[in-house]
Design a protein around this ligand. Structure first.
Ligand code: SF4
Ligand code: SF4
Length: 348
């Protein structure tokens, strides 16, 4: 059933995996249910991270009794050996296991971070040591920078590479994904739905699944309904119809490349400004859900917060998509405010 070999890890995985970010946002019971349903459907790759609050614990709880039959992947933002040692022990405890199949350095994004992790006393030192001790089976990395990702995989240090790829973030397809194939590095695709920005999730998933350079795609899923929908797409034919190609072109025109992917890497804002809420509400939220009293209040509160921006630029230095956030925020708020006053819902 659509199983592939994940690069030189040799792991046999179903090419649809489970992305563990959204299960932080539901109850523990609902989270355990969706993970377990995923297992029951035969999917075997589960991705989480130390940084995803309760996600590791919930996946650990759901899969403890079937540990040997699943592949667990987690990651850490720590850049030092000491930090990795500390976080790895927490991950092992949370996931209720004594080994991690795929352990990833989380979002190595800049040359500075890359130098830090490979320096003496850096994260890689601890990861290699943990591998010798049998606590980690495969060493991997994630990044939002395709250029740096190419540089990193060429070192031969990593067995898989996780990168965002979708029909509006296509750069990985130019060099990174083919280079991974050539070097037998497994490719793991995150953000297939562009953080929820796209008109049709099924089309977005098919777009990724139809690229033969993508080994494994891990959409974030927080309900059984979402999981079953993705599963249905994965089981079907992945070739795009003419109608779907037209929809992709329309989304490209509508969103351009300066759209917020809702990753929240720009947080914390020292002023508590809800950056992704302001940037996404008009183009991504209203069209699907319309106005509600709660949303009106949220927009009013966001406007007040935005007025306190001290222009420190911290958000921009953290945005992996290099969005000019300080320029985009007032424009997005003005447009949103105008829509709110007339209670208009933007056209698809
Ligand atoms: S520039 Fe404004 S929005 Fe960005 S982090 Fe600073 S205060 Fe927050
Ligand atoms: S502004 Fe950038 S960092 Fe913040 S949520 Fe959007 S895409 Fe992510």
């Amino acid at each position: 059933m659509k199983a592939i070999k994940l690069g030189r890890t040799g792991l046999k995985v179903k090419s649809l995996g489970f992305g563990g970010i959204p299960i932080q946002r539901v109850s523990e019971e609902a989270a355990v249910d969706v993970v377990r349903r995923c297992y029951d459907l035969g999917l075997n790759y589960y991705d989480t991270a130390r940084g995803y609050t309760t996600s590791e614990e919930r996946i650990g709880k759901a899969l403890e009794d079937v540990r040997e039959r699943v592949i667990l992947a987690t990651k850490s933002h720590q850049r030092t050996a000491e930090g990795i040692k500390r976080e790895l022990e927490i991950s092992l405890r949370n996931l209720r296991t004594d080994y991690i199949d795929v352990y990833q350095l989380h979002n190595v994004q800049t040359e500075e971070q890359w130098s830090q992790v490979k320096a003496p006393g850096g994260a890689l030192e601890a990861v290699e040591e943990a591998k010798e001790q049998g606590k980690i089976n495969h060493v991997s990395v994630t990044s939002h920078s395709p250029d740096l990702a190419v540089e990193m995989i060429k070192t031969g240090l990593f067995e898989t590479m996780m990168i965002p790829y979708n029909y509006l973030t296509t750069k990985p397809a130019d060099e990174l994904l083919p280079t991974c194939k050539k070097l037998n590095v497994g490719t793991i695709i995150m953000k297939p739905f562009g953080g929820g920005a796209f008109s049709n999730a099924n089309t977005a998933l098919k777009y990724v699944l139809s690229n033969p350079d993508c080994d494994l795609v891990i959409p974030g899923m927080m309900s059984v309904a979402e999981l079953e929908e993705n599963y249905g797409v994965w089981m079907g034919d992945h070739s795009l119809t003419d109608k779907e190609r037209r929809l992709i072109e329309r989304d490209k025109e509508r969103l351009g490349d300066q759209f917020c992917r809702s990753c929240n890497y720009c947080q914390p804002c020292p002023q508590g400004i809800p950056i992704s809420t302001i940037l996404r509400t008009e183009s991504q939220v209203l069209r699907r859900m319309g106005w509600s009293e709660r949303r009106v209040e949220a927009v009013k509160e966001a406007k007040e917060k935005l007025e306190t921006c001290i222009h420190c630029g911290e958000c921009e230095s953290r945005c992996p998509y290099n969005l000019p956030i300080q320029e985009l925020l007032p424009r997005a708020m003005q447009s949103l405010w105008d829509l709110m006053e007339s209670r208009t819902i933007p056209e698809p």
